[in-house]
Ligand binder design. Sequence first.
Ligand code: ZN
Length: 456
Amino acid sequence: MLTLQVESGIFLRDIRELFAEFDPEELGEQMHAFIRELYPICRSITGEGVRETLRRMQQLVPLEIREVPSGTPVFDWVVPNEWNIRDAYVKSGTGKRIIDFQKSNLHVVSYSVPFRGKLRLSELMQHLHSLPDRPDWIPYRTSYYKESWGFCLAHRELLQLVDEEYEVCIDSTLQPGSLTYGEYVIPGSSEVEVLISTHICHPSLCNDNLSGIVVAMQWANHLRQLANRRYTYRFLFVPGTIGAITWLAHNESHAMQRIRHGLVLSGVGDARGLSYKKSRRGTAEIDRILVHLLRHSEEDHAILDFSPYGYDERQYCSPGFNLAVGRLSRSIHGTFPQYHTSADNLDFVEPRALERALRICLMVTRTVESNRTMINTNPRCEPQLGRRGLYRAIGGQADSGAAEMAMLWVLNLSDGANSLLDIAERANMPFAAVEKAAHVLEQHGLLVEKADGYST
Ligand code: ZN
């Protein structure tokens, strides 16, 4: 673990050290290994699968596991009964399990009510789901808010069913219990918060959303090693929709007063480029930061405007909250064939993709932490940089021209009206280069931080 001094400006160097220690291959592999560990667990919006997942996450990060009783009203919703499942199958006339929950938890429609009975094929068919255009994949289906039961299977297997009597068993329970979520807060010097939220309610699916879980976990793990944080970071691991609604209902004024920036992480592990979906505000600092970082990264990327669909940004950006919460993903939900099928498996997520997503997340931290407004102490004509040894003072010879340009931009625009991010955008330079130049100029007394120069 890094030992860090608590001193103005030092944080920036700290986070650079963190990047220097960053071992991309090892981190990518660690995250993929954790996905492999969590993959078999049957998660849903409530139940033991979520608890077991959160307990395993606690081995890496000391998150709090919170329980909210079934029946609790949360805005226009009610926390549902808790669902648990031990076994489920369809047996043929010969007694063979032809659909078996023990082989894949995707075989059962999530939230299926308990059922035991003998059915003819025509009756059974009304409870079966398959994908005719992807005949080898098992679809993922849920029935959270309508009591029913069902099985999912590969279409190729469905076609082989003959008209006979089938024994059907769903050994589940749906009864009062609680909704479980995880919360981990890393305090900073300010109570103003960065919210990171990811959903945890999908069973054996990797990109959606084990990838979001493991990247958020590693992000938290890196942040807690940093001293001198300005922001407080709040990580939420919540069941999709109802979990975010529950948290917001119980933390309404807190959310409104404290959350300054936020990011939903989902589907960040596949081979496609990164995509950033803007918050409802569209021009919030988090939006500008993500657009800036992606534009100056080597990643293929897409920038999407807000729409009232998607993941839990829908709740955080509902009009009564309108929080500055965007979403970082790779492939967009619903637009890739593997989405919500058994093909969203361990091969569909790649260590390198996870690591590259984590890197952007850490750069988000670096930017929100160090975006501040400076004032040029020598604004009448340029200060003489050569006399101070500032020409070629930073960077190698090759990029000294760019470093000098960054200093000139920072000096020129640090009139108290432009943040370092404003300057980076206007100069069309990476934020890191501008921030580095500002750091050097500050050390030489040519810049001072504007009173209240941090946006917090
Ligand atoms: Zn999903």
